[in-house]
Design a protein around this ligand. Structure first.
Ligand code: ATP
Ligand code: MG
Length: 379
């Protein structure tokens, strides 16, 4: 998939902007704070319905405006679609495909993107929630149906926690406990499906992450990953939904007293983690800054590879936001080689010379929310 044309209005610091993009590498250069990340963030938003930087969409609307519009022409093989989203400060967002209204959440079907950004360091060094999100985002891109399972799980979890609270305040009396059994069944059914899906994704990712780390680091330091499940101390591989359902139910039974005391659900996929290891040591807490950053890039590269492998709709659009400034010469060159054959790669850099020359053939200059010059101006 490639994005051939992008139009923004009132998005971040862009009043209006129009830009033609090319297949292969596109480089956006400009000083700090000019709008490079904003531009690629808009493309990421269109494919994921969210920003990699903020959870509140309102930050995306230009200060003083009521709504922002991102419009992109997306091409794959012979097909071309015009995708558009309007982000409203008040009220629901709207989406269109070929100028006909669609439900916003259908938008991500038209293309996918993978963003590499400084924020990814938190995948390695941050809290488990970021790693769960990494897995879950990828799961949804591979099988959109799972978005429904995740939403249902979260809803059942909230309701179960509410019930635990009222069981605590009523001192176990009344019908609370039998109602709890009903919620437990639902939680186990949805949760075990997620546990199996995440585990099998991790199995698919593992060799890709190991290979990607070697590629980026240029050394045979063995990067690996595994799941840490809150429902059982001992995990039987490969993790199946049937095994997970039994273990989850057992764990709920064992924890019931403590859960009522604390009024929270103590085990389940909402408490699991993705464990990253480098030469058999946990990356979190042991890996150096450069190693952690390389690991984060390897995780993103692996997700790009997996999407490319099982998507009929072509490669995801790769976005590398401020990535090269953080890397030494060798890593820059090896990363450039690893992403060089993706259909389209968008790169931002404050310093032109930080980007390997083969990725800098098509450079667009950005200043104060304006596209200053682009080789395609006359098209
Ligand atoms: N909603 C908004 N309305 C107006 N301006 C905004 C909005 N959101 C962000 N900005 C402005 O956009 C600018 C940041 O742009 P961006 O993050 O794209 O910079 P950048 O070119 O990537 O810089 P760097 O090299 O530092 O990463 C800031 O000046 C910020 O104040
Ligand atoms: Mg930036």
């Amino acid at each position: 998939v490639i994005v051939t044309y992008l139009t923004l209005s009132d998005f971040r610091n862009y009043h209006t902007a129009e830009l033609a993009l090319r297949p292969g590498p596109n480089l956006f250069v400009g000083s700090n704070g000019q709008g490079k990340t904003n531009l690629v963030e808009a493309i990421g938003y269109l494919s994921a319905l969210g920003s990699h930087r903020v959870s509140d969409d309102r930050a995306l609307v230009r200060a003083g405006a009521d709504s922002a519009v991102i419009r992109a022409r997306i091409e794959h093989a012979e097909r071309s679609v015009l995708a558009e989203v309007q982000i409203n400060r008040v009220g629901a967002n709207r989406a269109q495909i070929n100028r006909g209204a669609i439900r916003t959440r259908e938008l991500p079907r038209y293309f996918s993107s993978v963003i590499f950004a400084p924020e990814d360091l938190a995948l390695v060094r941050g809290e488990p929630s970021g790693r769960r999100r990494y897995l879950d985002d990828l799961l949804v891109l591979r099988s959109p149906r799972l978005a429904g399972v995740m939403a249902d799980y979260d809803r059942v979890l909230r309701q179960r926690n509410t019930l635990l609270k009222s069981a605590r305040s009523s001192g176990f009396r009344g019908g609370n406990l039998s109602t709890l059994d009903v919620w437990d069944e639902k939680l186990v059914a949805l949760g075990s499906e997620l546990i199996e899906a995440r585990s099998s994704l991790v199995d698919d990712l593992r060799p890709l992450v190991t290979a990607a780390y070697e590629t980026i680091a240029g050394m045979d330091h063995r990067a690996s990953l595994g799941v840490e499940l809150s429902i059982a101390d001992v995990v039987i591989e490969p993790v199946t939904a049937a095994w997970a359902a039994r273990a989850f139910a057992d764990s709920l039974a064992a924890n019931r007293r403590a859960e009522i005391d604390r009024a929270i659900t103590l085990s389940g996929p909402h408490r699991d983690d993705l464990v990253l290891t480098l030469n058999d040591l946990p990356a979190r807490g042991y890996a150096s800054h450069g190693e952690s950053w390389s690991f984060a890039l390897a995780l993103k590269l692996a997700s790009a590879e997996i999407l490319r492998r099982d998507s009929a709709a072509g490669d995801p659009v790769l976005v590398l936001d401020d990535v090269f400034a953080e890397l030494d010469e060798g890593r820059r060159a090896r990363l450039a080689a690893a992403i060089g054959d993706f259909e389209q790669v968008l790169i931002t850099a404050a310093v032109f010379g930080d980007v390997p020359p083969e990725l800098a053939i098509h450079a667009v200059h950005i200043r104060a929310g304006m596209i200053i010059d682009s080789p395609d101006d006359d098209v």
